[in-house]
Design a protein around this ligand. Structure first.
Ligand code: DSN
Length: 414
């Protein structure tokens, strides 16, 4: 048995970490926000940098001993600016939610109005949803998708922008399978004198790899996580135009956070170096090609896909016509080692905890080298399982086929 330094101290946790690694190796991971970080990214995340404190920014820290940390953070920021063509980068946000909150802190006063995509239509919790800090401290007016084609309703966005004169328009989504027209959002923001924040957390890797248009030329500030399609460590990042650099930096520290997680900063730097390689462009193109193939396979089995398909890494299935809820389907799929999440669909009559849909993503399976033929096979398996959500023996049998497939495609980093 492979052992780790954890075994000597805490065999219980060591065993659980080992089991999780085995799970990640064995299952088909179709959660749209997950991926496999490389061994290099994992090594940086687990490095001695976890021992360091470094409140402040390179050259302006509150603690000593920063000679190497300063270099690491400067390199991470420079790589982010170069990869995405941004004026300024802040790599300190702990993840996507603090990154968004820092952007609001930099650009808004409490009580100001923001115009953002509603959670049930594909937006993120931190885009002003009422139970979050963003919905508590700011006045969030929300847009959504059209009922007929489930694409962003730009007529509604423009009408709400003109009516409410928001100080900030937020675009970007967590469950939207189509290309986001950042230029159109910028046009509307300009018409009403609003600033534009683009949250590219889900698509950052596609943007880096040239498989989705970039929001950077259009948005005042761009927020992102670093671990979804971008395939880095769990972290966050803010990119902005030069005029917002000071406000963004002040908002992250000391506005919202204390010491940055230097081990994460180093791992972000490594991931950004990986994302600048030709191989990463191939990966980004393959993620999109795989999502298209999976969508095509699902459509051939009569699945109803939100917006009719996908342009990116993500597919949202409305299971209403199959007579199965999202939660029941996700549970049945997991019994066959196909892991995804139940998800609301636009205009969902069901409650968020047991919604009408499931969300699938192709980043992680692409990182382990699966191609379009495998996607068609996965679509067939999904159809078989959803048609018989209570058939435990069938699920166990298909699970064996799933594990035979994953065994042929080693998981990176593990
Ligand atoms: N939890 C992430 C997702 O799954 O999209 C967003 O924060």
């Amino acid at each position: 048995m492979e052992t780790s330094p954890i075994d000597a101290v805490d065999p219980e946790i060591a065993g659980l970490v080992r089991s999780e690694a085995a799970r990640q190796r064995g299952v088909l991971r179709l959660i749209a926000s997950e991926n496999y970080a490389s061994a290099a990214v994992l090594a940086a995340t687990g490095s001695c940098l976890t021992n360091k404190y470094s409140e402040g920014y390179p050259g302006k820290r509150y603690y000593g001993g920063q000679v190497f940390v300063d270099q690491i953070e400067r390199i991470a920021c420079a790589r982010a600016c170069s990869l995405f063509g941004a004026d300024h980068a802040n790599v300190q946000p702990y993840s996507g939610s603090p990154a968004n909150l820092a952007a609001y802190l930099a650009l808004l006063q409490p009580g100001d109005t923001m115009l953002s995509m509603s959670l049930p239509h594909g937006g993120h919790l931190t885009h002003g949803w009422k139970v979050t800090a963003s919905g508590t401290y700011y006045r969030a007016v929300q847009y959504g998708v059209r009922k007929d084609d489930q694409r962003i309703d730009f007529d509604q966005v423009a009408a709400l922008a003109h009516e409410h004169k928001p100080k900030l328009i937020v675009c970007g989504a967590s469950a939207y399978p189509r290309v986001i027209d950042f230029a159109r959002f910028a046009e509307i923001a300009q018409e009403v004198g609003a600033l534009l924040l683009a949250d590219m957390a889900h698509i950052a890797g596609l943007v880096a790899g040239g498989a989705h248009p970039s929001p950077v030329p259009y948005a005042d500030v761009v927020s992102t996580t670093t671990h979804k399609t971008l395939r880095g460590p769990r972290g966050g990042m803010l990119l902005c135009k030069a005029e917002h650099a000071k406000a963004i930096d002040r908002a992250v520290f000391p506005g919202l956070q204390g010491g940055p997680h230097d081990h994460t900063t180093a791992a972000i730097a490594v991931a950004l170096a990986e994302a600048a390689t030709p191989g990463f462009r191939d990966y980004a193109a393959a993620v999109v090609a795989n999502a298209a193939a999976l969508a095509e396979g699902l459509l051939s089995h009569g699945f109803d896909l939100v917006s009719g398909g996908t342009d990116n890494h993500l597919i949202l299935i409305d299971l209403t016509n199959k007579g199965v809820s999202g939660k029941v389907a996700a549970k049945a799929l997991e019994a066959a080692d196909i892991v995804c999440n139940a998800n609301s669909v636009p205009f969902d009559p069901r409650k968020p905890f047991d919604p009408s849909g499931v969300r699938l993503g192709t980043a992680a399976v692409t990182s382990r080298g699966l191609g379009t033929d495998a996607m068609r096979q996965i679509a067939d398996w999904i159809a078989t399982i959803v048609a018989a959500p209570g058939a435990a023996n069938l699920h166990a049998h298909l699970g064996e086929a799933v594990r035979a497939l994953t065994a042929q495609h080693p998981a990176p980093g593990l």
